[in-house]
Design a protein around this ligand. Structure first.
Ligand code: DC
Length: 227
């Protein structure tokens, strides 16, 4: 039986950086489910699909195939065979993914793929609904969060380092809006699973959060919870 770790939480809490590091230390496979939602969104954008038109959405989804594999340990995501791991990281895709991910038809398309990966391998999967909807039996669930201000400042720093101009207020507003949409959608909203361990990274370094997760995982593995 595989050992599954679910990490959920809002955008900017450090999930992917920390999940990648923790997975490496534990020799688990890291599954970034946000990348899958982004790839579907890119497919819908390229087709010019009006996602509010259910029939058009279903027609497009039937023609979109998302798959993943790993290159040097890093997850690659493919849209109908094309590696889109870079193209899904634009601001436009980020902004649109939240609305696409709210559509039940979009979520249904990824559920089986995510569960199948977790069934076969020891995975550390990050997303928004992993502990609540996708892997309700995960042996360890973490809800990783941080204050809006901390998350906005981290994002601001990243953009400035990349040489992009931006305003801290605009980033804060964007984060608040995205949180609201992800937490209030009807299908699989972002929320802490009852049995998830809450980790607030506002005043913690990446190393501290990673160490905490690895420690929790080792405790559970040691206590004979699967693996
Ligand atoms: O983690 P991320 O920023 O790459 O996620 C992109 C978007 O996808 C974000 O708006 C939330 C959504 N998402 C989701 O609804 N469910 C998941 N399991 C993962 C991401």
């Amino acid at each position: 039986m595989s050992f599954n770790i679910a990490i959920d939480g809002p955008a900017g809490a450090g999930k992917s950086t920390i999940a990648k590091r923790a997975a490496k230390e534990l020799s688990f496979i890291y599954v970034d489910t946000g990348a899958m939602y982004r790839a579907i969104t890119l497919g819908l954008m390229r087709r010019g699909t009006d996602i509010e038109d259910v029939q058009a959405l279903e027609r497009s989804l039937a023609e979109i195939e998302v798959t993943i594999d790993y290159r040097d340990g890093a997850q690659q995501v493919y849209l109908n065979g094309e590696n889109v791991s870079g193209s899904i990281r634009t601001e436009e895709v980020s902004a649109r993914t939240s609305a696409c991910a709210a559509k039940p038809q979009v979520r249904a398309k990824l559920t089986d793929l995510q569960r199948e990966l977790a069934r076969k391998e020891n995975v550390l999967m990050d997303g928004r609904d992993i502990g609540t909807a996708i892997l309700p039996d995960a042996q360890l669930k973490i809800y990783l969060t941080a204050s809006v201000q901390t998350r906005a400042q981290r994002r601001y720093k990243e953009l400035i380092e990349r040489g992009e101009s931006c305003s801290l207020e605009a980033i804060e507003k964007d984060i608040e809006e995205r949180d609201y949409r992800d937490m209030h959608r009807e299908t699989a909203p972002l929320k802490q699973a009852e049995d998830a361990v809450l980790v607030d990274s506002s005043d913690m370094t990446i190393e501290e959060v990673t160490a905490r997760i690895v420690e929790l995982a080792r405790e559970r593995i040691g206590s004979g919870c699967g693996a």
